[in-house]
Design a protein around this ligand. Structure first.
Ligand SMILES: Nc1ncnc2c1ncn2[C@@H]1O[C@H](COP(=O)(O)OP(=O)(O)OP(=O)(O)O)[C@@H](O)[C@H]1O
Ligand SMILES: [Mg+2]
Length: 393
């Protein structure tokens, strides 16, 4: 059962689409472990598996049986998600799973009325609105399912593996986000870009980082998710990185815990842009966001019921907030503010400036690589433990 709220006030869920149509960049790994990180800090978090490969479902639960309902059925039947939400082995972490049927969803969505906004409707229930965070893991292509995720989301988080090809994918993602803003959801904002599979021994890692930071500046998370073979092994045991490594100081757990803290700080800064909320990522463990909760080593998933304490009317009121949450009410910026807060006119910047690493030797413009001699030596010298912790696993 989902535990009842300890507070009398209405929470305000934040919905984050984790998207990059390039495959294998760490979307699922980030959805699972950011979700687990938020849950460990006491935030009730729902991860929605909107990837046709159902990888998140495999990690956090198990493959759905043929007759079990998942996201496909909810979307195509235009039903609220409540009946399919499962508990996971991590307290506070829940899953809306998907099965093989999801592969048919795009095809069928195409013929549906309001086909872009159906997920948004499915999420608007007392149970789902009762979560602090909803993370949506998306598929490696920009089809209708991913459009639905963007329309349902408040923010987009973009994992980028430290290779060149994923940079090309960002261009198309940003075009799509721009179109979604223009036609469907003007308040959609980019929370940031997360470097994944970061290996400072590889020159391309720093090249990609330089390009991203040149293009998107502060929208690139300080936290880098380092390359770590444990991230490959943990899914085979249906475990989060925290469960698999079993130590908060282990490489993968450290990185994702740090990402979680920065994620919360960035949300707070975006929604309450005061000097006090724009500090560093080196948040002390005694911070209000550190509402730690132990993670169970395992456990069977069960269907959850609505919160015992009814959610008050007005759940989706932007003015409502959870007093235990460090986050203020979600501001509704104007379209102009949205563009400004997301690194300018998305689509335009990247379309014009992200260029391939033509030559590693030749000096290059600020938008390409090779322009900063000795960069590899400088990698990890920014006081960032995730970049300076030495070799890959
Ligand atoms: N930091 C990391 N270090 C090493 N391997 C990683 C890391 N993060 C993810 N992986 C592995 O890389 C592969 C791709 O990661 P993941 O499945 O999270 O990407 P994805 O973007 O969700 O892929 P897809 O687009 O296919 O859904 C997986 O085998 C995963 O275990
Ligand atoms: Mg995936």
């Amino acid at each position: 059962m989902i535990p009842a709220y300890s507070s009398q006030a209405t929470p305000r869920r934040r919905t984050i689409a984790i998207a990059n149509q390039k495959g294998g960049v760490g979307k699922t790994t980030t959805a699972v472990n950011l979700g687990a990180g938020l849950a460990q800090k006491g935030f009730r978090t729902l991860v929605i598996d909107l990837d046709i490969q159902s990888n998140t479902t495999h990690v956090l639960f198990r493959p759905l049986d043929e007759h079990e309902e998942g996201m496909c059925e909810m979307i195509l039947d235009e039903r609220k998600l409540d009946s399919i939400i499962r508990e996971t082995a991590t307290p506070n972490l829940f899953l809306a799973p998907s099965g093989e049927s999801l592969v048919h969803a795009d095809l069928n969505l195409a013929a549906m009325m309001g086909r872009d906004s159906i997920l948004r409707f499915c999420l608007d229930s007392e149970v789902v609105n009762g979560f602090d965070f909803v993370l949506i893991d998306t598929s490696p292509y920009l089809g209708l399912l991913t459009i639905n995720a963007l329309v349902a989301a408040d923010y987009v988080l973009v994992p980028v593996s430290c290779e060149f090809l994923p940079l090309l994918g960002i261009k198309w993602l940003l075009r799509t986000i721009r179109q979604v803003r223009e036609k469907l959801h003007p308040h959609l904002a980019i929370l940031g870009y997360v470097l994944t599979m970061y290996d400072r021994r590889e020159g391309i890692t720093k090249d990609v980082e330089d390009i991203l930071r040149d293009q998107f500046g502060d929208d690139v998370f300080d936290t880098r998710i380092r390359v770590n073979t444990k991230h490959k092994a943990a899914p085979s045991e249906h475990k989060t990185i925290y469960q698999y490594e079993g130590s908060a100081s282990a490489r993968g757990s450290f990185d994702y815990n740090r990402l979680t803290t920065e994620f919360l700080e960035r949300l707070e800064a975006k929604e309450n842009p005061s000097p006090a909320s724009t500090g560093t990522t080196d948040q002390p463990a005694t911070s209000p966001v550190e509402r730690s909760a132990p993670e169970a080593p395992g456990g069977a998933a069960v269907v959850v019921a609505p919160p015992a304490q009814p959610v008050a009317p007005g759940t989706t009121d932007p003015g409502a907030t959870h007093p235990a949450s460090p986050l203020p009410p979600l501001a509704q910026p104007s379209p102009g503010e949205v563009a400004a807060s997301s690194g300018g006119p998305v689509g335009t910047v990247v379309e014009q400036q992200v260029s391939p690493p033509a030559s590693r030797e030749a000096p290059a413009t600020s938008a390409s690589i090779g322009g900063q001699g000795g960069r590899e030596a400088a990698v990890g010298e920014q006081g960032d433990p995730s970049g300076s912790a030495g070799t890959a696993a």
